[in-house]
Ligand binder design. Structure first.
Ligand SMILES: Cc1cc2nc3c(=O)[nH]c(=O)nc-3n(C[C@H](O)[C@H](O)[C@H](O)COP(=O)(O)OP(=O)(O)OC[C@H]3O[C@@H](n4cnc5c(N)ncnc54)[C@H](O)[C@@H]3O)c2cc1C
Length: 518
């Protein structure tokens, strides 16, 4: 017999390894010995009050064996001789599009401008140490896309857009811990993601798909509104039938190319701001009501904050407890920051994007002449400003949080996890007014919501500019570009995803759409 239960466990009780069996036996009024196992279905921590509670949803197996593995099946077929679909980009959207093609009996041919996960590491080191950005291989470009050297947080709000559980099960199938199936806020960690990505690559190759790294697509050959071929950087032309375009929100050359070819694009609202970094113990103290050191059974604390400032949302984005701020630029001459954490989230700092909503219809009048690319140009300007203010390298402009709000240049800065280094800069006057003043009011409000958050011990680091795509590549109900037959805009670059899970789900949907009638 299997019984499902909700259990509440205190921090003290959590120290006992058999606590779930004891509590289940009590709740069901049965003998402990009759329980063959307890499977955790969901786990979350409620730290709203001083007494911290672990909430569990469990399946109790009574005189019945616990199943060893998940019953999810992925029916991959040999597609080496099957009809093919081209996929541009091997981020979460491209990877899941390729896997879905294989399940559906079609051969994915992936073209990825960046390098495989191993070779990519060298280029990340070059950004951090030599301040050199390889424009094809960086924190955004390369095997696994922007999702590989990330936090690997797997939250999504797009629950209606696909089967989230299927995406998680697939990550577990490819080597992610099955803890992600259970945690209320699952994450994989930047140290574990490359192996998962590599395993996905191996599945695709094993079943007859193709993946071509260091293969940048530079042109589309279109005749009679139908995509006929794609051109690569080396000049080679590849005839195509169906193309899933999953190049991500940083592939500006793709947006410029489509714009130049007068292929319809739309400007899209997005958000920009800075990354704030606190010592992790400050966030732990606030969230766990403790003094300095959190209990060893508690993970590094996180937060999620939102404030309306003059009808404009200011909110935390991609919060990385126990993490690092990373240089996420995709070209030299720009500074872009983002965050990642290792699976244990055991670094000394807590960082988060704090961003302001930019409404492309209301806020970017000076950029109107760029048409659909106005948001992109605005984003670029801010990234160039950050490059100059940092000192024309990957050193990022920064300010103590309280100095930023009070409008003072910082005499010195706090220690930071950002490897290329920080330069004190007057971000309060350098950021456009609509971002700067919203952020200042937002930070003050956050200080009210989380006592201790507004502190001189925190730095803000500029700029967090790539939260989502500033451009949308339109598609019709068949997920095909309304003007170009055979082109399926996909994932975050198309404007159809915002994060690893939603990009993966969109990849699956695009694969399902692209095979229709092939
Ligand atoms: C540092 C960092 C941390 C992040 N942390 C998280 C997180 O914790 N959780 C989360 O959900 N999201 C996170 N994100 C965002 C997440 O990574 C993206 O939302 C997601 O990767 C988008 O997937 P995608 O496949 O649509 O695009 P991308 O991942 O951007 O992939 C696009 C791919 O296309 C390739 N490409 C681009 N142009 C071309 C071309 N012309 N020819 C061939 N290939 C091309 C690129 O090299 C890239 O590999 C993070 C992002 C960064 C940068």
């Amino acid at each position: 017999m299997i019984e499902e239960l909700q259990l509440r466990v205190t921090l003290k009780e959590e120290e006992r390894s058999d606590i779930l069996v004891i509590k289940s036996a009590q709740a069901l009024n049965i003998d402990k010995e009759d329980i063959t196992g307890v499977k955790v279905l969901r786990k979350s921590i409620d730290a709203r009050k001083a007494k911290i509670i672990f909430n569990y949803k469990v399946a109790v197996y009574i005189r019945e064996m616990l199943p060893k593995t998940s019953d999810y099946k992925f029916d991959y077929k040999d597609v080496s001789k099957a009809k093919f679909i081209h996929i541009i980009g091997f981020g979460p959207a491209g990877m899941y599009a390729a896997l879905r093609c294989i399940e559906l009996g079609f051969k994915p041919i992936v073209l990825e401008r960046g390098k495989n996960v191993q070779d990519r590491r060298r280029d990340l080191r070059a950004i951090n140490q030599d301040h050199f950005v390889n424009e094809d291989s960086n924190y955004c470009f390369g095997e696994g896309g922007a999702g590989t050297y990330s936090d690997g947080k797997l939250y999504t709000r797009s629950l209606k857009r696909g089967d989230v559980r299927r995406i998680f099960e697939n990550l577990v199938f490819h080597g992610a811990t099955d803890q992600i199936l259970v945690d209320a806020h699952p994450h994989i960690g930047t140290n574990k993601l490359p192996k998962v990505v590599q395993n996905i690559r191996e599945t695709i190759l094993k079943y007859g798909g193709e993946i071509h790294f260091e293969t940048r697509v530079t042109d589309f050959i279109i005749k009679n509104n139908k995509l006929q071929a794609i051109q690569l950087l080396n000049g080679e032309e590849i005839p195509v039938n169906r193309v899933i375009l999953a190049t991500g929100h940083s592939a500006r050359d793709i947006f410029y190319l489509l714009h130049k070819k007068e292929i319809a694009l739309e400007a899209k609202s997005f958000a920009m701001g800075v990354r704030v970094e606190h010592p992790q113990h400050i966030i732990d103290t606030i969230q766990y009501h403790c003094e300095g050191h959190r209990h060893e059974l508690l993970p590094a604390a996180s937060y999620s904050l939102v404030q309306q400032v003059n009808d404009r949302g200011v909110y935390s984005f991609c919060m990385c407890p126990g993490g690092f701020i990373v240089p996420a630029a995709t070209a030299n001459g720009e500074v872009v920051v983002n965050g990642m954490s290792p699976s244990k989230r055991n670094n000394l700092f807590a960082n988060s994007g704090i961003v302001v909503e930019i409404d492309v219809n209301r806020d970017l009048h000076k950029y109107e002449h760029f048409g659909a690319l106005k948001g992109l140009e605005y984003q670029k300007n801010l990234e160039r400003m950050a490059f100059t203010a940092g000192g024309r390298s990957q050193v990022a402009p920064a300010q103590r949080l309280t100095d930023f709000v009070e409008g003072k240049l910082s005499i010195d800065l706090n220690p930071s996890s950002y490897q290329p280094g920080l330069n004190s800069a007057p971000l309060h006057s350098l950021l456009p007014k609509l971002i700067g003043s919203s952020l200042r009011k937002g930070f003050q409000a956050f200080g009210q919501k989380m006592k201790g958050y507004y502190t001189a011990e925190a730095n803000i680091v500029g700029v967090e500019s790539r939260t989502s795509s500033p451009v949308c590549i339109p598609r019709n109900e068949r997920l095909e570009h309304p003007q170009i037959q055979g082109l399926f805009p996909c994932g975050e670059g198309g404007g159809y995803a915002g994060g690893i899970v939603s990009a993966a789900m969109d990849g699956e949907r695009c694969a399902e759409a692209a095979i229709v009638g092939l």
